[in-house]
Write a protein that binds this ligand. Structure first.
Ligand code: NAP
Length: 298
């Protein structure tokens, strides 16, 4: 993609270590171009432990804001002048706006997930939810689900202590469970929404679910979401769809968190649907599109 620059073009970027794989420059440059916003977005490798130095550089060089990916999301929290409620609850920042030398921290991952869930026609309010995983993605999604009134969220994670730590987000509605096939099957029976936030099935990891038989215990109307977007259809999603469940991959979350981040950066109202379509088109144009690539497919 070609981005036109002027001396007034504002700078945005994504920091991480590693960060070269990030789709954020592609998504943000496509959205800015479609919306006529005079920003350029680039990729900025920042080594672990160097975020404080980076923040000073970013403010000094007039950067308008940045996104953060691993391993910087937690380290940014104490460096912010203000935090939005979800970033505060998660203890992680994925979006920073810099204005008049001040740093405003946001976490748009969880809201991005909720936006794509709404597109699937699923309202998590009052629902029994089973969340697999207790890492960064799980924490952001859990905070958003709790904030929008989920009845009960059970976090099932290989390392039980990590799941237990997440209970503090909403102690009356969040439970922790062991990562055992029998436990998963029992929990699945009561589940209305299943969300995978582990990296099992993710491209390049060579890790897979040993046992997906718990999917058979899900009620027929349960929806199944996978935070993973590469591959576009994981084994978990494929099997869930075969069993007749509506399913969603992580592509919608990836796109919506970027749309919401752009709103934080610019502070202007824009056509969100137009931004989303521009980002989706850019993403699909990078690979050979197939129906499986789409975020939602039943
Ligand atoms: P993370 O913080 O490293 O967490 C990884 C999670 O996977 C942990 O709960 C970990 O369990 C679990 N896990 C890893 N290997 C496992 C195994 N062999 N068996 C069982 N559980 C295992 O990573 P993250 O940032 O949360 O990302 C998790 C997934 O979400 C990734 O696939 C990523 O692509 C996806 N994601 C998507 C988006 C999006 O926009 N769609 C955004 C962020 C992340 P332990 O606690 O026991 O280690």
């Amino acid at each position: 993609m070609t981005v036109e620059l002027t001396n007034a073009t504002k700078k945005l970027c994504v920091i991480g270590d590693p960060v070269a794989h990030s789709k954020s420059p592609l998504l943000h440059n496509a959205m800015c171009q479609a919306l006529g916003l005079d920003y350029i977005y680039f990729c900025q490798p920042i080594p672990c432990g160097q975020v404080k130095r980076w923040c000073e550089c970013a403010a000094f060089t007039g950067c308008a804001g940045f996104n953060a990916t691993m391993p910087h999301k937690e380290a940014l929290v104490p460096l912010m002048d203000e935090l939005d409620p979800l970033a505060h609850v998660c203890g992680a920042v994925n979006t920073v706006r810099i204005q008049d030398g001040k740093f405003y921290g946001y976490n748009t991952d969880g809201m991005g997930f909720l936006r794509t869930l709404a597109e699937l026609g699923v309202n998590p309010q009052g629902k029994q939810i089973l969340l697999l995983g207790a890492g960064g993605a799980a924490k952001a999604i859990l905070a958003a689900l709790a904030a929008c009134g989920a009845a009960k969220i059970t976090v099932c994670n290989r390392t039980l202590e990590r799941a237990e730590k997440l209970r503090k987000i909403a102690p009356d509605r969040v439970a922790a469970a062991r990562w055992e096939p029998q436990e998963l099957r029992k929990l699945a029976e009561e589940t209305e929404l299943l969300v995978n936030c582990t990296c099992l099935g993710m491209e390049g990891t060579n890790t897979h679910f040993d046992d997906l038989s718990f999917l058979h215990a899900l009620p027929q109307e349960a929806a199944v979401c996978d935070a993973i977007y590469a591959p576009p259809e994981t084994e978990l999603l494929r099997r869930a769809r075969e069993l007749g469940h509506i399913g969603m991959n992580g592509m919608g979350m990836l796109i919506w968190q970027a749309v919401l981040a752009l709103k934080c950066f610019t502070g202007v109202a824009f056509d969100e649907e137009k931004a989303k379509q521009a980002a989706l088109t850019a993403l699909l144009s990078e690979t050979v599109p197939s129906p499986d690539m789409l975020p939602c497919k039943s």
